[in-house]
Design a binder for this molecule. Structure first.
Ligand SMILES: Nc1nc2c(ncn2[C@@H]2O[C@H](COP(=O)(O)OP(=O)(O)OP(=O)(O)O)[C@@H](O)[C@H]2O)c(=O)[nH]1
Ligand SMILES: [Mg+2]
Length: 391
């Protein structure tokens, strides 16, 4: 599956840049030589941010600055409504660049990425997706990043109100919305910058085998149950979570001395990788709330037997009886088993419900906070009213 990627705001742009890094890695002569991106664009209202990416082409068609007349290149300072006003005035700039992209016809889908908590990405992503859906026939998927817990504190958290209002629009227009919860992956022992870098790498790496599997041209690497763009498109719907687990096979692999023992070890590795994939879901979810599941097992060819495929399918079907499960294999990796798992069309998402309710309370509280602030400021000014005025 080949993607065209658009990053909006700082977070969206950083993840789009990471997608470009993954594409470079995948295309490398010493690696798979598979292209997974047709093009990548970054968009921001902040000029300085646009200069900071390593892998996105450096021209102004790929690094798009919006709203200069309103922000003078300094961003919207977390006010997502201001970003929405800007995108409504200038969104065709993005679409025109996308449509002019040389390999656009080869893209199977467009992926638009932003954080919910910021201003630019959060305020623009819904409207960019709407315009794309109006103008192109390809599926348009969103990746929306949910805030860290510490950003949700206080009675005026932009992160909460921005994320909630962003999700409301994105859910309405995107073919599927993959949520990535920063809070789920936060590590207290490392810097914020390193946290963000690792989280971005983690989310993007989820797409590596998934996108490569259907683009593989060498017969020896074709799965017996191939997962290609069609399966992925059928599997992605509504709110989704994605996760991946990887387990190293024994260094003695492929030791054939004791085949039964070896097979036992391989099945154990597969079970562990599957469990890890569930633990690594980009969002806290209950898998029984999914209505569609996609699972791709990447491993050396002889590791995945028909029995082990069946075992994985039966396990997931039992865990999530109402889901349509699609399963595939990709005989590519050496000495490791990797499981990529997508839980899609989620019917309950506690994290999103909580954000919506929290945002509603904050919006209600805002009116009172503003009224009280004005009253107190007025009181402060009144206290000094008898002082002489300078000049
Ligand atoms: N995972 C991840 N989260 C990020 C990254 N950068 C920022 N965030 C999160 O995104 C939110 C802030 O959004 P930004 O993308 O910085 O904001 P923006 O869209 O540029 O909007 P403005 O700066 O307000 O114009 C916060 O919740 C951050 O925790 C990143 O590189 N990776
Ligand atoms: Mg910014």
């Amino acid at each position: 599956m080949k993607l065209l990627v658009i990053g909006l705001g700082q977070c969206g742009c950083s993840i789009a840049d990471q997608f470009c890094a993954l594409d470079n890695y995948s295309r490398a002569i010493l690696n798979r030589r598979i292209t997974i991106l047709t093009d990548a664009f970054v968009v921001n209202t902040n000029e300085a941010d646009l200069g900071s990416f390593k892998h996105i082409p450096k021209d102004k068609h790929h690094r798009i600055l919006l709203g200069t007349m309103r922000t003078f290149g300094h961003g919207v300072g977390k006010v997502n409504a201001a970003a929405t006003r800007i995108i409504k005035e200038s969104q065709s700039v993005i679409i025109e660049n996308v449509l002019k992209s040389r390999k656009f016809p080869e893209a199977d889908a467009v992926v638009v990425i932003a954080s919910g908590g910021g201003g630019t990405g959060s305020g623009t992503i819904g409207w960019v997706i709407k315009e794309l859906k109006d103008r192109i026939e390809k599926p348009v998927y969103a990746i929306v990043v949910l805030p860290f817990g510490f950003e949700e504190m206080g009675e005026s958290s932009f992160a909460v109100t921005n994320t909630a209002t962003c999700l409301k629009v994105v859910n309405q227009y995107a073919d599927a919305v993959i949520l990535l919860d920063n809070e789920k992956f936060v590590r207290a022992d490392i810097s914020l910058a390193r946290n963000l870098k690792e989280i971005n790498q983690e989310i993007v790496d989820n797409f590596y085998d998934l996108c490569c599997a259907g683009e593989e041209r060498k017969r020896k690497y074709l799965g017996s149950k191939l997962i290609d763009a069609g399966d992925i498109k059928e599997s992605l719907e509504g709110i989704c979570a994605i996760g991946r687990g990887t387990v190293n096979l024994s260094t003695f692999y492929p030791c054939k001395k004791d085949e039964t023992r070896e097979e036992g070890k391989q099945r154990m590795s597969l079970a562990t990788a599957l469990q890890q994939a569930q633990n690594n879901f980009s969002l806290p979810i209950e898998i029984q709330d999914a209505r569609k599941i996609l699972v791709l097992i990447t491993s050396p060819r002889d590791v995945v037997t028909l029995t082990s495929l069946q075992e994985v399918a039966v396990f997931l079907q039992n865990e999530s009886p109402k889901s349509a499960v699609r399963i595939g294999d990709y005989p590519r990796r050496a000495k490791e088993v990797s499981v990529t798992l997508i839980a899609s069309k989620l019917t309950k998402v506690a994290r999103v419900e909580k954000l919506y309710l929290q945002a509603e309370n904050l919006f209600e509280g805002q009116v009172e906070i503003l009224r009280e602030a004005e009253e107190q400021i007025k009181h402060l000014e009144d206290t000094g009213k008898n002082l002489p005025t300078l000049g």
